[in-house]
Design a protein around this ligand. Sequence first.
Ligand code: NAD
Length: 498
Amino acid sequence: MQTIQHWIAGGRTSGGSTRTSPVWDPATGQQRGQVLLAETADVDHAVAVAADAFESWSQSSLTRRSAVLFEFRELLRRRANDLAGLIADEHGKVFADALGEVQRGLEVVEFACGIPQLLKGEYSDQVSTGVDSYTFRQPVGVVVGIAPFNFPMMVPAWMHPMAIACGNSFVLKPSERVPSASMLIAELWTQAGLPDGVFNVVHGDKVAVDRLLEAPAVAAVSFVGSTAVARYVHERATAVGKRVQALGGAKNHAVVLPDADLKFAAAHLTAAAFGSAGQRCMAISVAVAVEPVGDRLIELLRNRAAAIRVGPGRQHDSEMGPLVTNDARQRVTRYVDSGERQGAVVAVDGRHLVVDGHAEGYFVGPTVLDHVQVDMDVYQDEIFGPVLAVVRVATPEAAIALINANQYGNGTAVFTNSGESARAFQRAVNVGMVGINVPIPIPMAYHSFGGWKDSAFGESRMHGPDGIRFYTRGKVVTQRWPQVEQHEVGSYHFPTGS
Ligand code: NAD
């Protein structure tokens, strides 16, 4: 059986790891391999290697860094199909969706290729007589990235290209459920000419994460995952003085206003709820129907959901794949059971779906729950599966109040034909990313990604301008070059800039 090792100092290694975790093929329920789980000493080794590599990489010229990034971009483009295949095999999402994920990760690399422009400082001439002042940014040191299972390539790519472009070294801890894409990424960095030790991969569980959070040489931590772990990572790493950005879970609402094109809304809601089997942090999991559109919207959603082709990610006509693990499948069906028990109407039921030839796969079909109330577990919790809850409200104001009372604030959307209503919505919702007739408003790489409330801890969002700020520290220099005949006695007064 294949054993996936760590990547430290430019090559594969098992270090002192003996514990392993199984890696599944979610479409068949068969074990594909196993991944090593790092011990504290393995983490310390990776961090020490990264700290050593930082010494020289942080001194590399911008020209050299951007040359490596351009080469990395080319290699990624060439190996996009291989990466998408690994993602489809371990995560279960359909191949075309996996390819889309690779493309969005690639866009961050393309943004980072412009690092010479992005790191240009600021200069003020003559702030006082014969005195100039300027600001520039320097890398922070060893940066850690801890990633979730649902975007094996894209989420780490929000982090490492930016951090490395800024002159840092990097230790990635991927999800133990989807470890292989990160190994191919490591190979491509090496082929692109990145010096050994600048990019490292340590596989593992809580043991590895806890050590990464406290290792003294780690300067900054980027985390993406569930809210409970994001909060924990933020508290623990900030307590020992590290800078931390930690993105958490979500419950994304899409409001359908009475003036919306309902067919358009239903088509896009279905894609946003069931794409990747609902395992996207920006998936729409709640549709808020502003009456009187509820009945008609349910009818349209029912037709759309029933037509989705569910199958293995590698099958070319599949539109939706399985859930990532058997545990995830069971959790999702338990939630649908509980919604039904608590009074929701199961308008589309995916619990009993069996995919031909894949009876052991972790499939759950698209599921739509109608008449969901806010006190039900299916509304309160992040289900992270192909379940769309429909909540009916009387007014647009009630829809906004519902969203603002929710603990999460990652993404939201409104379907409407009124610019006035859309503007009122975008200004009033307490959510970090808003879509107007766009159900999954994922920012492009040159904007930054991040939610509000319990969907993100720490001030900084990922990639884009926030990424540059997070992975660098600003320094301000005030300089004077007095001419020999101007040497004067220094003033004892506080300098006032005359
Ligand atoms: P998760 O929180 O279980 O795992 C994330 C990472 O933390 C993994 O690398 C895992 O090994 C590690 N981890 C898990 N439990 C830990 C613990 N107790 N202590 C220390 N480390 C631990 O998340 P997941 O199931 O892999 O991913 C799905 C979650 O991620 C969902 O909640 C989803 O909304 C969220 N997510 C959020 C965003 C965003 O941008 N806000 C993006 C993608 C995914």
